[in-house]
Design a protein around this ligand. Structure first.
Ligand code: AMP
Ligand code: MG
Length: 391
């Protein structure tokens, strides 16, 4: 059995960035990573732009000016302003080349068609020069940049409509278990509602992975082989829930062995999620997650999500790690590393009751997990502990 750090390293080492790229409208590119440098097609701003509502001045040495016109945002006039003249101008409007500065209207007294200024004005004050933000031909965003809302806005300001990005993986979620029935039906004795597919779908979508297909299979050897074989053919990432433990009706491990996938590891010294399994088939990656819902989700955040992000070139973790001060006393029962559902507020973290791997109640209100490595066996109130923030 390997340790948590070893398992993390192996997942990292065996997950490759995709070579599949796609061109998307910028609005659809949120959360994608750009493949090559984006070059600005224009100067931004494209013209000398007023940064204020005020007056464009023909000189900066005088205090009194004759008003000789008006330019508002969107106007295309380009009048000549002579010494001793001023033009009423508004934020975003083009400043004529002959204007020496813009003075804000709060610093001006108007009487009839004359203005007088209070205080001195420096040359080019309140004028955004051409290309102040970026010049035509310069790199607007370097390759590898994650597209954010600000990035979409920035590309739009440059008139860019599409962007070439790494494709997000196509994900298969397979649930196994004869006892599982879809929510909405009545439960017979011995049945429970199937919750992992909806939960994992939610976790994927929340982090920007929405190309998901859900499958289910009964606890039966050949059916399990057939479904896993099909999903490996048709998807990039395969997430299997349940059936990976050692029971007589756990067929996932046997099926994966029969399909000759390259097993990277099986079993991690952790709680929850000991039976976690990770394999590859060419560039496809396969996680078999323990069926207990909290184990499945915990393994998703710790191992699957970083792998999903890596496949599409995203180096930003959506599960930020750090330390916080424990509000709770806690004693480990065994020697495995533990991931504990917790609530973090400011820099204090409370370990929740109900940590069993079958329970989602505490997970549903948690915003972090406390990570206790193998060597930590006790936590006392006031101790610093490692935390993983949930997205
Ligand atoms: P397994 O890993 O298949 O042995 O399942 C472990 C426990 O998790 C069992 O109690 C299962 O009933 C439960 N379980 C497995 N898969 C799911 C699922 N998709 N939704 C809800 N519970 C599940
Ligand atoms: Mg099962």
């Amino acid at each position: 059995m390997i340790s948590v750090p070893q398992a993390l390293q192996l997942v990292h080492d065996h997950t490759k960035k995709t070579e599949n790229i796609t061109t998307l409208p910028i609005i659809k590119a949120l959360g994608h990573v750009i493949v090559s440098d984006i070059i600005s097609p224009i100067h931004m701003p494209p013209f000398r732009q007023s940064a204020m509502d005020g007056y464009a001045l023909g000189s900066i040495e005088e205090d009194n000016f004759i008003l000789s016109g008006e330019i508002k945002a969107g106007d295309i006039e380009n009048p000549n302003i002579k010494k001793g003249e001023a033009i009423r101008i508004f934020t975003g409007a083009p400043v004529p080349p002959s204007a020496k500065a813009v003075i804000m209207q709060e610093k001006v007294t108007v009487s009839g068609n004359q203005i007088s200024t209070q205080g001195s004005v420096s040359l080019h004050a309140n004028i955004r020069p051409i290309g102040e933000q970026i010049k035509k031909g310069d790199i607007a965003l370097p390759k590898g940049t994650l597209i954010t809302a600000a990035g979409i806005g920035y590309l739009a300001t440059l008139g860019i409509t599409t962007v070439t990005v790494y494709q997000k993986p196509s994900i298969a979620i397979i649930t196994t278990g004869n006892e599982l029935i879809p929510p909405g039906q009545s439960l017979l004795h011995g049945q429970i509602y199937e919750s992992n597919s909806a939960m994992l779908q939610g976790a994927c979508t929340q982090s920007g992975f929405s190309n998901i297909t859900c499958y289910k299979v009964v606890d039966e050897y050949t059916a399990t082989i057939d479904l896993i074989r099909d999903t490996i053919e048709n998807h990039d990432v395969i997430l299997i829930s349940g059936g990976i433990s050692v029971g007589d009706y756990d067929f996932v491990g046997k099926a994966l062995r029969a399909l000759a996938v390259e097993e990277v590891f099986y079993k991690v010294k952790q709680k929850p999620g000991k039976p976690l399994y990770f394999a590859k088939k060419q560039e496809k990656i396969i996680f078999a997650l323990p069926g207990n819902p909290a184990s499945s989700l915990s393994c998703f955040y710790i191992y699957v999500l970083p792998a999903l992000l890596k496949t599409c070139g995203n180096t930003h973790s959506s599960t930020k790690r750090g330390t916080a001060i424990s509000n709770t006393n806690y004693s480990k029962k065994g020697e495995r590393a533990e991931f504990l559902k917790a609530i973090i507020s400011e820099n204090n973290v409370t370990i929740l009751d109900g940590q069993a791997s079958s329970m989602l109640r505490s997970f549903s209100v948690a915003n972090a997990m406390v990570y206790l490595p193998e060597e930590v066996s006790n936590v006392e109130i006031g101790d610093p502990v490692q935390i993983v923030n949930l997205p």
